[in-house]
Design a protein around this ligand. Structure first.
Ligand code: NAD
Length: 481
């Protein structure tokens, strides 16, 4: 039984607010308050981890590593499927808890996000069973490449799609035979705790998955500088990634960094304009708190007026409100600090000469879907990630100019191209600097594809075999004839 002071109870779902270390719940002497972005209500008092809990979690992961690494692939895959079953069984609980914790839409969680969480486990379980390198010969000797588990892995995740992003790392790390210390973001700590329960019920041995809570600045360094940690996978902002890279340098711990973006949507005059407008309006999903969001709309001059007219008509119909309501399209912003950040970007852009097409203001915890024009390529609003429902619109007259504007930031996470001309699509995509490029579509994700960012958007790729490349130590064994 969880004591009342150690639980958050959300819509009847009890979530343990302590750490999960070595198969046991562990409290901290201090806690921090987790509030809901929907109405500011207090959801729970969460264990506030320090270097002490970080050390305990890494020690638990280290102790559990030899056993888990020696577990057969088939057994690891079986347990990962059992975790997926558990996620599916508790889908409604996970959906409502995460909606209340993060403010993201309940309908998306029910139908998209939580099924994807289960799929993360199933996909990497199945991929593990197919994972092979072909043996090859050198002067009669056989080369055999094996995928050896690397060791305890620290996984640090952000608040914008908490459980989906966490399990995108947890699943391949566990499949690879590594043990894990997961640290979710302090603004959305709850579903990671439910995952710990689900994994334990699925038969994952104690210490294989550990979950620690707390502020990154207080518990982060102790995790990322720990000499027993053999992999760090981080999703979050560029400044935090830089900090983690410094901390990991002491032990040369291999890093995978999935960071921010300022992705473009290029709309050519030959595009299906309604489709292009749909793609643009889709960028307000999750109140714009999506790393991949194409927040810079680049439209060919000749269709810019018509595009804008149709965009305004469509975007104005979006319903903003309580994310638990099925009819809601856009929920609140995660935290008042994030709202202030968003509004600061918009106000500075307006002061620098930008014009508001729609939005440009906040209402309580909700930021209105915003489109700004009259923005210069070198302005802050075009160059920096806002991470809110704020888009900019620029025009171009030639394909070269479109590519130059698209590539003209320090980021390179994704890009979307709307065009009716397949040759143009090929020409343009080959020049774009981005980890993922979509042509006449957006957010179509297959887990076997490499995923990551170029430039400041990240280091390395995860997904399919690339995840195992990262989480494993590849070993080549050469045997004489
Ligand atoms: P953040 O960098 O502030 O925090 C991310 C995580 O890092 C949190 O768990 C935080 O507690 C932790 N952290 C903070 N300081 C730390 C330290 N010194 N050591 C270790 N951990 C520390 O990011 P955020 O605001 O939570 O998330 C938003 C950012 O994440 C945006 O930039 C967004 O684009 C990016 N993001 C990227 C992807 C991707 O796949 N590329 C996906 C989602 C979000």
């Amino acid at each position: 039984m969880i004591r009342e002071s150690q639980a958050a109870v959300i819509a009847g779902v009890a979530v343990d607010t302590r750490h999960w270390i070595g198969g046991e719940r562990v409290a901290s002497t201090e806690t921090f308050t987790d509030t809901s972005p929907i109405d500011g209500s207090v959801l729970g008092e969460i264990a506030r981890g320090t270097a002490m809990e970080a050390a305990a979690a890494v020690a638990a992961a280290k102790a559990a590593f030899p056993g888990w690494a020696a577990t057969s692939r088939a057994e690891r895959a079986r347990i990962l499927h059992a975790i997926a079953d558990g996620v599916e069984k508790r889908l409604e609980d996970l959906a409502i808890v995460e909606t209340c914790d993060s403010g993201a839409l309940l309908r998306s969680h029910r139908r998209g996000v939580m099924p994807r969480v289960a799929h993360n486990f199933r996909f990497f379980a199945d991929w593990l069973l197919r994972l092979e390198h072909e043996d090859f010969e050198t002067r009669g000797h056989t080369n055999h490449v094996s995928w050896d588990p690397a060791g305890p892995s620290v996984l640090i995740t952000p608040w914008n799609a908490p459980l989906m992003l966490a399990t995108w790392k947890v699943a391949p790390a566990l499949a690879a035979g590594n043990t894990v210390v997961l640290k979710p973001a302090e603004w959305s700590p709850l579903t990671a705790s439910l995952l710990a329960d689900i994994a334990a019920e699925a038969g994952l041995p104690a210490g294989v998955l550990n979950v620690v809570q707390g502020y990154g600045a207080e518990i982060g360094d102790a995790l990322t500088s720990h000499p027993d940690v053999r992999r760090i996978s981080f999703t979050g902002s560029v400044p935090t990634a830089q900090r983690i890279a410094e901390s990991a340098a002491a032990n040369l711990t291999p890093l995978s960094l999935e960071l921010g973006g300022k992705s473009p949507l290029l709309v050519f005059a030959d595009a299906d304009l309604d489709l292009a407008v749909d793609l643009a309006v889709e960028q307000y999903d999750n109140a714009g708190q999506v790393c991949l969001a194409a927040t810079r709309i680049l439209v060919e001059e000749s269709v810019a007026e018509e595009f804008t007219r149709r965009f305004v008509s469509k975007a104005s119909a979006l319903k903003q409100g309580d994310p638990r309501d099925e009819a809601t399209d856009i929920g609140p912003t995660i935290h008042s600090r994030q709202l202030e950040k968003i509004d600061g970007f918009v106000q500075r852009a307006l002061a620098a000469g930008a014009r508001t097409v729609i939005g440009g203001h906040r209402d309580g915890q909700y930021y209105a879907p915003t489109l700004l024009t009259g923005v210069a390529q070198d302005s802050e609003i075009v160059q920096e990630e806002v991470f809110g429902p704020v888009l900019t619109l620029q025009t171009f007259t030639t394909e070269d100019e479109a590519v130059r504007l698209a590539n003209g930031t320090r980021f390179g996470l994704a890009a979307t191209v709307a065009t009716g001309d397949p040759e143009r699509a090929e020409r343009v995509t080959s020049q774009l600097v981005a980890g993922t490029v979509w042509v006449n579509c957006f957010f179509v994700r297959d887990l076997q594809a490499p995923f990551g960012g170029s430039r400041l958007s990240g280091v390395g790729r995860e997904g399919g075999t690339w995840s195992f490349d990262f989480y494993c130590d590849l070993k080549n064994t050469v045997t004489a004839p």
